[in-house]
Design a protein around this ligand. Sequence first.
Ligand SMILES: [Zn+2]
Length: 124
Amino acid sequence: MAKKTWNKKELKEFKKIIVDKRQTMLENIEEARRRADDIINQGNQSSIYSSHMADAGSDQQSLEHAYSIINRESSFLNYLDLALQRIDDTSFGVCSKCGELISKERLMEVPHATKCFDCKTSNI
Ligand SMILES: [Zn+2]
């Protein structure tokens, strides 16, 4: 029995989605980095004038928020890179547990999924 795979045309379609998502992610990371830099620079300036504590507190929060975006997007970026590798070796979109094709809807939503919905949920 031949192993199940998505055909070339479909893989190409998925690849485009992933590359687009990847681009958005890179932009999000870049923006969050800029924001973090701004906050740090402002923080350095305001500390000279020993500015309000309240401002410092919200700066800290914004900074943590920016870093959490960078962290989250970076690990997601990693998953997308792995998904792109799997597209190249055509193992993309195949459940690593049961070997069935993962539904297209699921792959559109979660392109880095390596298990079908049934296997994923039966694991928990
Ligand atoms: Zn499965």
